[in-house]
Design a protein around this ligand. Sequence first.
Ligand code: FAD
Length: 534
Amino acid sequence: MIAFIEHGFHHENDAESRQNDAVETSDQGDPALWKEALKEIQGTVDYDSIFTGLAGKDFGGINRTKPVAVIRPAGSSDVAAVIRAVQTTPNLTVAARGNGHSINGQAMSDKGLVIDMRAMGDHPSLNVVVASSAEEDWSNSLSYADVSGGALWEEVLKRCVLGYGLAPRSWTDYLALTVGGTLSNAGVSGQAFRYGPQTSNVTELEVVTGNGETVICSEFVYPDLFFAVLGGLGQFGVITRARIPLQKAPDMVRWIRLVYAEFDDFTRDSEFLVSQSKENSFDYLEGFVFVNSDDPINGWPSVTLDPDQWFDSDYIPPGSGSVLYCLEVALHFQHHHHPTHVDSEVERLIQRLRFVKGLRFEVDLSYMEFLLRVKKAEQQATASGIWEAPHPWLNLFVSKRDIVDFNRTVFNKSLKGGIGGPMLVYPLLRSRWDSRTSVVIPEGEIFYLVALLRFTPPYPSGPPVVELVKENMKIIEHCTKKGYDFKLYLPHYETQEKWKQHFGSQWPRFAERKAKFDPMAILAPGQKIFSRTH
Ligand code: FAD
């Protein structure tokens, strides 16, 4: 089937239209040629401003661009056809767009093409293979899911758990993100301390490279491409399929929050727990900073897990600072486990922790409810209009060496009033990350994820977004000036010079990978790492 929808590119006014057309024509070479080539694909090509408008926005809401067309591929051969068509032009670029949940235009292609990977989300090749006995221990398990690069993690969850009682072992907090989108970054949540990021939990990929070749790769077959693409920021190829190992899914989760007044106690306990064996720790561990006040968004009420729970501030030790800390842990269990068994397991793990007694909150919920917990927050934020507002978020990895100073100088000073959303901080272990992937992280075994997830009402009800972006920049400058060992997670830079600094000693490897797999720099221009060449 050839589906080719040309509605004509719509412009707000004629003068702008003529100007843009002039730029677009010189950028694209002869549009007739590549448009002709795209007529061969099985999916759809859309030039309508409704579609290109959507593909020119993202969750961050800070950048706006104008792609010339949006392609909804029917399969990997369409993705390859698009890349080959783009190769024939002097300047056209192409971005795979997952679910557009980037903050800084990373999935955009200004005056280029956008491949809407969600179109492949329900591709029939999505397949679950169950080993004869689904081992709880992944290393012994042969079960896996072959999922499309455009599938959402929440689709993977529902299919694997409801259909087979199995689940991937490493997640993100929020699951309306695509498999290809998170694997292009890292994919981190409270399971990463044990299993590593999602980039450490994939055994095979199908990738369409910037050369237009479709390659199946793994640790053993074309490993250079496999590891380049993982955490590769979309620079080397489009992930059209991923093989995700599965383990037995638990039925239930006990979700627990423990409050700390002292950062030292919080870090000691969280570092202790992430360093223990599976038997002697929780199945999930995260943490966050909150404001020591009754502010409904940033303060005490943000800690409780159930409307029936009450944060009794009388328990807060006298002399506590402007911010407090919350360790968030979860323990998996099965329906057949007796409640007293779960209680005693939790007590065993918790007994030596130094949280503020009296400030402990817990609920039991199903595994699916737990993994979909952010969906509730999304629904509330959508109702209040905050989900659609700009999100100038900042994500960092900060070394254990520097996290105490970061806490003193950032959380307790510039951010002591909160940011209108979660301020996550929790430890991860370097040894769980594969250094062969393209991700860069701080030195040292323990480093912290710091996520400043700002949710503020749109201006003028909330602060202007430029002010918040400036605040983020100040934090980054502060970390640089202080000589912290840190890296941006979900990085964003405007110049190649800055990208070289970001990658540090790994830059030559990253540039070599680009020269090999996308020598014309066709892919993911929104990352602003390389410029298109002829
Ligand atoms: P996009 O934003 O669409 O794309 C991101 C990049 O990947 C772009 O460069 C794009 O070109 C490239 N890309 C997309 N698909 C492919 C593909 N198939 N092949 C090759 N390249 C591709 N991250 C975490 O690690 N943990 C979290 O808990 C977490 N929670 C989040 C919650 C929310 C509400 C939001 C908005 C983001 C969160 N993130 C989290 C960040 C998220 O993982 C990244 O922004 C991710 O890139 C978003 O996935 P996406 O499918 O929307 O990708």
